[in-house]
Design a binder for this molecule. Structure first.
Ligand code: NAD
Length: 322
């Protein structure tokens, strides 16, 4: 029997905190997927989420039953590397949340092990499954300038990374995939406000194609904002994920009169379940053995750039305080 015909994919969700609870719920709702167990080292949390979703709880990855063939890892970033290696070594396919891990060396090890063991390694860059982004990608033609804002209010949850690895990495991955050209130059600035890492950051990326992207992220804002605007020669796209709308301004030239005008289209953003699409896509890769839409290499690329931005911010700040 080949993987496409396999009736049920047996999975486990590791880490059922803020985000992992949704992985467990949605994974359990996917057709022909059995969540054999959820895993959380916080026993009370594991029991709570297991009871809510009528699933079995275990409290360490060593107790995951052998029959589990695919896992999603939704633990804090500092544990992604060790858990992923252990799961790949035991023959499981892995979806690991973003960022892939903390260092480039760790990420390379994860990617190499997935290759060597012929396992799927997907990274949870969820925005790639956003239908508004997918539709923009189809209409993009050599973007010249991209501006993104991802602002959120303070949360005590994320302690192991700064705002670049926590939030900006979504836009780093997204913008790199939309531009499809290597980054030639980068400048950045960041400030720590409530933690000992940067809580606000801005990065300006110049791509070899000539496109410039200006990315801003904050986790100490009063109000949330998730906005991306893209400019190309003949069109401007503005997507506001909080207000749920998308606007497109297009330059149209009349073929007879040669007259140029701007046409404005406004549409509501479609209701969508990006996490459901991401998890279903992972399960499809597990069955079909196809390469994931966001594989380990893409996760590594986004991490590399995010770490370069973080290093630039540190060096820039120390130069400024001399
Ligand atoms: P969280 O702290 O709310 O939850 C993490 C859970 O993992 C906790 O319940 C903790 O007890 C458990 N845990 C920790 N170590 C464990 C281990 N070794 N074995 C089993 N359980 C363990 O964190 P969160 O906000 O849910 O974030 C988890 C990950 O998801 C992070 O990497 C974060 O960057 C990512 N994340 C992604 C998005 C997105 O939009 N894709 C959004 C939020 C968080």
């Amino acid at each position: 029997m080949n993987n496409e015909q396999k009736p049920v994919v047996k999975t486990a969700v590791i880490g059922v905190g803020h985000l992992g609870q949704h992985h467990a719920r949605i994974m359990a709702s996917i057709k022909d997927v059995e969540v054999v167990c959820i895993v959380d080292e916080d026993k009370a949390r594991a029991d709570e989420i297991a009871e809510k979703n009528k699933l079995k709880a275990v409290y360490t990855i060593d107790d995951i039953p052998e029959e589990v063939e695919a896992v999603s890892i939704v633990t804090p970033t500092s544990s992604h590397h060790a858990i992923t290696l252990k799961m790949l070594e035991s023959g499981r396919d892995v979806l690991v949340e973003k960022p892939i891990c903390l260092t480039v060396e760790q990420a390379e090890q994860m990617v190499n092990l997935a290759d060597a063991t012929d396992r799927i390694l997907q990274v949870g860059h969820i925005e790639r499954f956003n239908p508004a982004i997918i539709s923009i990608k189809e209409q993009l033609d050599r973007p010249l300038f991209i501006e993104s804002h991802r602002l959120s209010s303070p949360t005590p949850r994320v302690k192991d990374v700064g705002v670049v690895l926590d939030l900006m990495i979504h836009d780093i991955d997204l913008v790199c995939s939309l531009v499809g050209s290597p980054v030639e130059k980068m400048e950045a600035i960041g400030v720590n406000v409530l933690t000992d890492r940067e809580d606000i950051a801005n990065a300006r990326l110049t791509f070899e194609s000539g496109c410039i992207a200006n990315l801003t992220a904050s986790r100490v804002s009063q109000e949330g904002m998730r906005k991306i605007r893209l400019f190309q020669k003949d069109a401007y796209f503005s997507l506001n994920f909080m207000e749920r709308n998308t606007q497109v301004f297009r330059k149209i030239t009349d073929s007879e009169s040669g007259k140029t005008s701007i046409v404005h289209e406004e549409a509501p953003l479609l209701e969508h379940d990006a996490l459901g699409m991401e998890l279903s896509s992972f399960i499809h890769c597990v069955r079909s053995r196809k390469k994931p839409i966001v594989g380990g290499e893409e996760g590594l690329l986004a991490l590399q750039l995010a770490l370069d931005i973080t290093d630039y911010i540190q060096q820039h700040l120390s130069r400024m305080s001399l």
